[in-house]
Design a protein around this ligand. Structure first.
Ligand code: PCA
Length: 322
């Protein structure tokens, strides 16, 4: 009897041990607030993977930059400090110019074209991330980017000298070519930057303006330029990925594809509803006039030729596939 009990206890602890060593926990770093649709979508993705993995993988989300700030997430995932995270792709132009392709003004100005551009660039981007020890999971665009300003803008002259909040190399370049003074600031710090007067204009989505309650910081004008749809991507660390069995990896890829589809739908909804939210909050919401549009188009074509030089043959082949 005693021997049987002894064996049973050894067997139980062995079973326990093997299941414990098998169960992985992934902390997922998210830069944007919990209420943002990207974060909500990633949380849904994490929950689905966790529930369906049969205890093999738990993904815990950390929105609002609470684990790593936006600017730190790419490096954190690359080095394995965070096994999974989300990053704004076009802020990573120095890592790979292809990651900036979705922020070239007027290259893709509708969701349909943004999807085409994504499809044309995805394989090449996934390949270059793979070479950096990363697994590409999915990408979702922000709604169309528009111009916010404290004062009314009727001409390019009105933009000259404005202190401008930038979020990537492309928005810095737009500011330079327009005569504005750019400062790179993460989304989480927008309200503060406007309220202290550090900046007085920016280009971003109606969603980010709404999430930062931008009207509370003296920003009265939103001009819908709708010239590009920049994306966030979800990436995993390859070493962490390789610790998972094939079944769990397949599950993640399946849920990632679903999250991507859902995310694009949420983005389209936000593209309408969040503009309305800005207007409902008392902001003036309109289009840029034709002189301004022409200016941004000119800036866009100069940036496209600068980018093509930087991105070389890879860039060229993605552009012709698009
Ligand atoms: N919001 C993010 C990136 C693009 C967007 O719409 C930001 O402003 O940082």
């Amino acid at each position: 009897m005693r021997i049987i009990k002894y064996f049973i206890s050894i067997l139980t602890s062995l079973l326990l041990l093997s299941s414990v060593s098998y169960a992985e926990k992934w902390d997922m770093a998210l830069a944007y607030g919990a209420g943002n649709f990207h974060s909500a979508n990633a949380t849904e993705f994490a929950k689905n993977v966790t529930e369906k993995s049969g205890g093999k993988l738990t993904i815990v989300t950390h929105p609002g930059g609470s684990l790593f700030k936006g600017g730190e997430i790419f490096r954190a995932v690359r080095t394995g400090q965070a096994p999974i995270g989300e990053r704004f792709m076009s802020a990573l132009g120095k890592e790979d110019p292809l990651l900036e392709i979705d922020s070239l003004p007027f290259l893709a100005t509708s969701y349909t074209d943004a999807m085409k551009l994504y499809k044309a660039s995805k394989a090449e981007i996934a390949k270059s991330l793979d070479a950096k020890g990363l697994v590409f999971l999915y990408a979702v665009p922000w709604p169309a980017q528009g111009l916010y300003s404290k004062k009314e803008i009727n001409s390019v002259a009105d933009l000259k000298g404005l202190k401008f909040r930038a979020y990537n190399g492309a928005t810095i370049r737009i500011a330079e070519l327009t005569g504005m003074a750019p400062t790179k600031i993460e989304a989480a710090e927008i309200s503060q930057a406007f309220s202290t007067g550090a900046v007085e204009s920016m280009i971003t989505s109606p969603t980010t303006g709404k999430n930062s309650k931008i009207w509370e910081n003296g920003v009265k004008y939103f001009y819908d330029i709708a010239a590009w749809f920049p994306k966030n991507m979800i990436i995993a660390n390859k070493k962490a990925w390789n610790k998972l069995d094939k079944e769990t990896q397949d599950l993640i890829m399946k849920e990632a594809a679903l999250a991507e589809r859902k995310g694009w739908q949420l983005s389209k909804m936000g593209n309408k509803n969040d503009k309305k939210a800005l207007a409902d909050a008392g902001m003036s919401v309109g289009k840029v006039n034709s002189a301004l549009k022409q200016h941004f188009e000119k800036v866009g074509s100069q940036m496209a030729s600068e980018w093509t030089k930087k991105a070389g043959a890879r860039g060229q082949s993605v552009l012709s596939a698009y």
